[in-house]
Design a protein around this ligand. Sequence first.
Ligand SMILES: [Zn+2]
Length: 335
Amino acid sequence: MRTPGMPSKPPSIVIGSDGGISIAGSVVIDGHSNVSQRIRVVTHIHSDHTVNLQESISSSYRLVATQLTLSWLQVFGYSATNYLSLEAGDSIRLGDLRLRFLKSLHIPGTVQVLVETDDGTRILYSSDFKKPGEGTPVEEADVLVIDAVYGRPSYVREFDDYIEYLLVDLVKQLLTEGGVRIYGYYGKVNEVMSILRQGGVDAPFVLAPKVYMMTKKAESLGIRVGDYVLAGSRESQEVIRDGWYVYLDHSSRFTPGSRDASTLVLSGWEFRSPIRRISSRTWHVAFSDHSDFRGLVKYVSSVRPRKLYVVKARSSGAEEFAAYVAKNLGIREVY
Ligand SMILES: [Zn+2]
């Protein structure tokens, strides 16, 4: 606990150009650093958080991540032999620090990281998150390191609270006319599968190879999504012929103009309308895994840090965000 009137000196925090956060030379989070004591935390599998991971593995760093993140890293070709799985709520001791994972609502497997010193100084790294105070619990800390992905005041989505319902309704409606193809980032499409099932969409999923492998791994850890088949398999051809299916793949493989299915592209960079039709059978859906600007401000004001670092490598509008919170939340030390 913090001792009133006895401000303690926080351990050193260094944020590298790759976004890696080194704390007290004991651990590096979501980036690589040569000065850490060979412990690399991976908060989730998105590529801007696994940056230089191969270098950490080659240097025999011990990887610390949730079980799901560790098994998804295998899908992306990372084969670490030195690792430790830690779930949200669990903690480990690192010298005179305690490192704890906190739950986060982003893609499955994501965590926030809280590092506490023996004298009670708390350092929190947000990683990516959405719905602070609801799906993402927020704890107070002396020092906050945040990824301000939507750091500009104009980055506001008024429909964040109900976009899931709109997405489910749209998919249900389109399924009455034939198959539906959904494109989004890895992890986001896995989250969408769960949302569709919870919303009562029973059509089989046809999954591109990487999404299929991620789903298999998740299933082996108890995360079930009902019927799914591998795209290109004989089963998938039958399912597609029936015309009642949801196909899911990474956004990079979206090709416009498909005539045999309705197509949805998921993007957090839509601010004006939740669903926008861009051609006769293609829609942009503003489904994001990140808080918008208002959510970021809410998160910071709930953490109430004395000192704030905005990770430039993973933020859009880092300077604007830093200036806003310094002025409006009264945080004196903002970097
Ligand atoms: Zn992410």
